[in-house]
Design a protein around this ligand. Structure first.
Ligand code: SAH
Length: 222
């Protein structure tokens, strides 16, 4: 898909990877290649498509944002995708872009979104862009995880909470990794938890600002 009157999107993506991602120290070739391959502009609303390759998060409606490209790359690299077919649970499908990047890295992605319109749109775009086979989407409150498909080798939370919901830690496989922004609406730190049997070792990765994780009180969302 071409953006009229502008440069070829794949050229814009190569520039994005070089100037926003490699320059900030991310060197994992799997992640860099995936960021060059996934057409980010397809996941952004039409009205702001011209800004798809800018160095920032963008609004996608319903108070949600598609994360800055660098943050998507940082979190994907932090997941340490060291083999094909890793089963990854994502909380906060949003635009579907992070799910597409994970699928492009060879992961089998299970992603949950609570806003019906975002869920529907992401599902449509992922299908259209050829990621339908490797992405499995569900509508509901992701803070409860996806017990029927657990355990997961990797869990990525793309909405912020004061603490990681216990169900997500429990649904992470032994030796698995979970990554989540932890903090308040004034700022968070992206924290990675490495599971070793019943211990979760935390490592702080970097500061960030994500939209909040909204937990549905009665648990009936799905
Ligand atoms: N990963 C997304 C960005 C997500 S923004 C992307 O690549 O575009 C955070 C998303 O989390 C929003 O879409 C928001 O609606 C969703 N969200 C918030 N609380 C949630 C919950 N409890 N369960 C599932 N999704 C949730």
């Amino acid at each position: 898909m071409r953006i009229p009157g502008r440069r070829d999107p794949s050229e814009l993506r190569r520039d994005m990877v070089k100037s926003q991602i490699r320059r900030r120290g991310i060197s994992d070739p799997l992640v860099l290649e995936a960021m060059v391959a996934v057409p980010r502009h397809a996941f952004v609303p039409d009205a702001i498509r011209h800004a798809a390759y800018g160095d920032r998060a963008l609004p996608i409606g319903f108070g949600a944002t598609i994360s800055q490209p660098y943050i998507v790359a940082l979190m994907t690299a932090a997941l340490q995708i060291d083999r094909q077919g890793l089963r990854v649970l994502e909380i906060g499908t949003g635009s579907g872009y992070q799910a597409a990047v994970l699928a492009e890295c060879g992961c089998e992605v299970y992603s949950i979104e609570r806003v019906p319109a975002l869920h529907a749109r992401a599902s449509e775009v992922l299908q259209a862009e050829g990621y339908g086979d490797r992405t499995h989407l569900r509508l509901g409150d992701g803070s409860r995880g996806w017990p029927e498909e657990a355990p997961f080798d990797r869990v990525i939370v793309t909405a912020a909470a004061g603490a990681v919901p216990p169900a997500l830690l429990e649904q992470t496989d032994a030796d698995g990794l979970l990554i989540a922004p932890v903090g308040s609406d004034r700022g968070q730190v992206i924290r990675r938890f490495r599971r070793r049997a019943d211990e979760w070792e935390p490592t702080d990765i970097e500061g960030a600002l994500f939209v909040p994780l909204i937990e549905d009180p009665d648990g009936s969302a799905d």
